[in-house]
Design a protein around this ligand. Structure first.
Ligand code: G6P
Length: 615
C-alpha cells in the first residue's frame, strides 16, 4: 500500500528510481512521483496514473541528479489527482517527503501549522508531516544542532500518531536522505558507494546484495558512503546487514502475458518448494524445524488460532478443516483486523498462527503483536523472507513460493494451504494419525505438483467456458466442507479482477438466502469433489437447475452432473488431504479468463493493492 523508494550515490538517480517504482507498483497505482535534489534545488515531477506516465514525463526533463526519492500511491487521504500525488514539499520549500501509512492526528497538526503560517497544496495527511519537519527545523533546532536534519525529523515524528514509512530530502542537505518507519516497512539496500531505499526488497531491482531492515521507531540518516541509525529517543542502533536471496526475489515476467498467468502456472513449482526438505518418508510425517518448538512443547497446546486477511484468511479456513481432521485439535480462524480489537478470550493452551503472503499486512502484523503481548506463542506462515511478520514472530514456516506480484493471490494461496497441511500432518502424527495414514498423506503431498501440472492443461477448455460466461454480472460459488472456503476464494478471485459480483456459500446453505438470486442471469459454480458429500451437492445442483440457473460443475464425478450442469470441468481423483488445492486451480483460471475477456487489468485491479499496510 504505497511504495516508497530512494537513492543516494554516484549514479544518475532517475532511471534507478523509475525502475524501483515499476517494481513496487503492485503496492498502489493511483499516482506516481519523484523528487530529485540537484544544485540546491528540488525537481519534483508527479502525475496521476501509472509509473509509465511518470517515466514519460521524467524523460522529457532529463535531470541528472545523484540523490532522489519517489513514490507510487494507493490513495487514503485525498482524491486521486496530481496535487495529492507524492512527493510533497513543505510550504517553505525546504523539505520534500514520500510517505507510506496514515497519520491519524493530521488534522490537529494541520491546524497548528496553519496558525504558524504554513500553507497546504493537497488534502493529504502526508503534507502535514513534511511541514511539521520544516517547523521543527526552523523553530525547534538551531544551526549548531548536531545532525540537524535527522533531529528535525525525529522531533516531528514524536508528535505523529499513526503509521509511516518515510523518506525525506532537505534542501540544505544535498547529500543526505533521512528515512524512518513505524508500522510501514522500510528497507535500506547497501550498494557500493550508494544506498537505496525501498518498501520491499523488490524495489532494489537487483542493485543491492545486502539489506538493512529498519525496525519500528528507528530513523536513519543515509549518504552515499554512510548509514547511521538511531531510535526515537536518539540512541544509536547497531546496524544488522542481511544478505538478499535474489533467487527467491526474482519476479521477471518471462514469456507470460501477465503476472497472474505466470503465477497460476508456477503453482506446481511453488508447491514443490513448500514441500522441499520438509517430508520424512521414513517416519511418514513432515519435518518442520522452522516452527522453533519441540514436540513436547507442541503437545501442550490443545487449541490453535489462525489470524489473517483476504485470501490468506481463506487458506486459514482450509487449515481449520485439515488440522481438525488430521490432528484432531480445535482450530479457530479470525480476521486479523477483528482479532486485534475484539479482545477475544483465549485459553492459555492456545497456539497462534498468523498467515500473510507479504508478511507486511498491517492488521495481521498488529494481530501478531497483540497475541505476543498477551503472552501467546505466535508463529507465522509467510512468503516474504525478512518481512516484519517473519522477524517478529516466535517462529514459523516460509512458503518459498517465489515472489508473487499479481495483486490477486494465486500461488501464495495454494502454497499456504500446503504449509497448513504439513502442519496438520506433523501434529496429526504426534497424536491421532497412524503410520500408514501418514504415509498416504505423504504420498498425496509429493504427487500433487504433477497432478496440478495435469490440471493446468485444462486451461484452454476453461478459457472457452470463461468466454461463454464473461457477460454475466452475478455469480454464486458453492462448495461443502473443505470446498466451502475454496468457493469463497473462487468468488473473491472473480470479484477482485473482473468486478463481477460473486458470493461463496456452503452448497446447502444456499437454500437459506442466496437461492433468491438463482435465475438464468446468475450462474453457479459448483464444487463437488468429496465423494462423502457429493450426492448432497448433486441435490443442491438440482435445486438450482429447477430454477433455470446455469451451472458450471468442477467435479471428479462428472457422470453425476452430466444431465444437470451446463458445463463440466472434470477433475482427477485425489487424496482427501490435497483435493482442495487442486480444486482451486480451475477457479483461478476461470476468473483469469473472464477478467481478460472483459478487458480488465488482471495484475492491477482497480482500488486494490497487494500489500495492505494501512488500516
Ligand atoms: C490484499 C491482497 C490480497 C491478500 C491480502 C492479505 O488484500 O490484495 O490478495 O490476500 O491483502 O495479504 P497478505 O500479504 O497478508 O497475505
Amino acid at each position: 500500500m504505497c511504495g516508497i523508494t530512494g537513492y543516494v550515490g554516484k549514479r544518475n538517480a532517475t532511471p534507478i528510481l523509475i525502475e524501483s517504482l515499476t517494481k513496487l507498483e503492485y503496492r498502489g497505482y493511483d499516482s506516481a512521483g519523484l523528487a530529485l535534489l540537484k544544485s540546491g534545488n528540488f525537481n519534483v515531477i508527479k502525475k496521476t496514473g501509472r509509473v509509465a506516465s511518470l517515466a514519460n514525463e521524467v524523460a522529457k526533463k532529463q535531470i541528472d541528479a545523484n540523490i532522489g526519492i519517489s513514490h507510487t500511491r494507493w490513495a487514503t487521504h485525498g482524491g486521486v489527482n496530481d496535487a495529492n500525488a507524492h512527493p510533497h514539499i513543505s510550504s517553505d520549500g525546504k523539505f520534500t517527503l514520500v510517505h507510506n501509512g496514515i497519520i491519524e492526528n493530521y488534522e490537529n497538526i494541520k491546524n497548528f501549522l496553519v496558525n504558524q503560517g504554513y500553507t497546504f497544496a493537497s488534502q493529504t495527511d502526508s503534507e502535514v508531516l513534511v511541514n511539521l519537519i520544516a517547523y521543527h527545523y526552523e523553530h525547534r533546532t538551531s544551526p549548531d544542532t548536531k545532525n540537524r536534519f535527522t533531529e528535525s525529523v525525529r522531533k516531528a515524528l514524536i508528535h505523529i500518531e499513526g503509521t509511516y514509512g518515510i523518506a525525506v530530502l532537505g534542501k540544505d542537505f544535498p547529500e543526505e536522505i533521512v528515512v524512518a518507519r513505524k508500522g510501514s516497512p522500510l528497507l535500506i539496500g547497501v550498494g557500493k558507494n550508494e544506498y537505496l531505499v525501498s518498501s520491499d526488497v523488490l524495489g532494489f531491482a537487483g542493485r543491492a546484495t545486502n539489506v538493512i531492515y529498519l525496525e519500528d521507531g528507528q530513523i536513519a540518516s543515509i549518504t552515499c558512503d554512510n548509514c547511521d541509525v538511531i531510535t526515537m529517543t536518539n540512541s544509536p542502533v547497531g546496524i544488522d546487514i542481511k544478505e538478499i536471496d535474489w533467487e527467491l526475489e526474482n519476479a521477471d515476467l518471462g514469456t507470460s502475458k501477465t503476472y497472474m498467468q505466470k503465477e497460476i502456472f508456477e503453482q506446481p513449482k511453488a508447491l514443490e518448494n513448500a514441500i522441499r526438505g520438509r517430508i520424512s518418508d521414513d517416519l511418514s510425517t513432515s519435518v518442520l524445524n522452522g516452527l522453533n518448538i519441540t514436540p513436547t512443547e507442541l503437545r501442550q497446546f490443545d487449541r490453535i488460532l489462525f489470524c489473517a486477511c483476504g485470501t490468506a484468511w481463506h487458506a486459514c479456513l482450509v487449515a481449520e478443516y485439515l488440522i481438525e481432521k488430521y490432528a484432531r485439535i480445535p482450530v479457530e480462524v479470525e480476521y486479523a483486523s477483528e482479532f486485534r480489537y475484539r479482545n477475544a478470550p483465549l485459553d492459555k493452551s492456545t497456539l497462534v498462527f498468523v498467515v500473510s503472503q507479504s508478511g507486511e499486512t498491517i492488521d495481521t502484523l498488529q494481530a501478531l503483536r497483540e497475541s505476543k503481548r498477551k503472552g501467546f506463542k505466535t508463529l507465522a506462515i509467510t512468503n516474504s523472507v525478512g518481512s516484519t511478520i517473519s522477524r517478529e514472530s516466535d517462529g514459523g514456516l516460509y512458503q518459498y513460493a517465489g515472489k508473487e506480484v499479481g495483486v490477486a493471490s494465486t500461488k501464495a494461496f495454494t502454497s499456504q494451504i500446503m504449509i497448513c497441511l504439513l502442519i496438520a500432518l506433523y501434529i496429526g502424527r504426534m497424536r491421532d494419525l497412524s503410520f500408514s495414514e501418514g504415509r498416504e498423506i505423504v504420498k498425496a503431498i509429493t504427487s500433487l505438483p504433477n497432478a496440478i501440472r495435469d490440471i493446468l492443461k485444462l486451461a484452454p477448455q476453461i478459457e472457452k467456458i470463461a468466454k461463454k460466461y464473461s457477460h454475466y454480472n452475478d455469480f454464486l460459488f458453492l462448495g461443502r466442507l473443505s470446498e466451502f472456503p475454496i468457493a469463497l476464494e473462487g468468488a473473491l478471485k472473480l470479484k477482485e479482477i473482473s468486478y463481477i459480483h460473486a458470493e461463496g456459500y456452503p452448497s446447502a446453505e444456499m437454500k437459506h438466502g442466496p437461492i433468491a438470486l438463482v435465475s438464468p442471469e446468475c450462474p453457479s459454480v459448483i464444487l463437488a469433489n468429496d465423494a462423502e458429500i457429493t450426492p448432497k451437492v448433486v441435490s443442491n445442483a438440482q435445486e438450482i437447475k429447477a430454477r433455470s440457473g446455469k451451472i458450471i460443475a468442477i467435479t471428479n464425478t462428472p457422470e453425476l452432473f452430466a444431465n444437470i450442469a451446463d458445463d463440466i470441468i472434470a477433475m482427477p481423483n485425489l487424496h482427501d488431504s490435497v483435493r482442495v488445492i487442486a480444486t482451486t486451480i480451475p477457479l483461478q483460471i476461470l476468473a483469469y479468463y473472464i477478467a481478460l475477456e472483459r478487458g480488465c487489468d488482471v495484475d492491477k485491479p482497480r482500488n486494490l493493492a497487494k500489500a495492505v499496510t494501512v488500516e
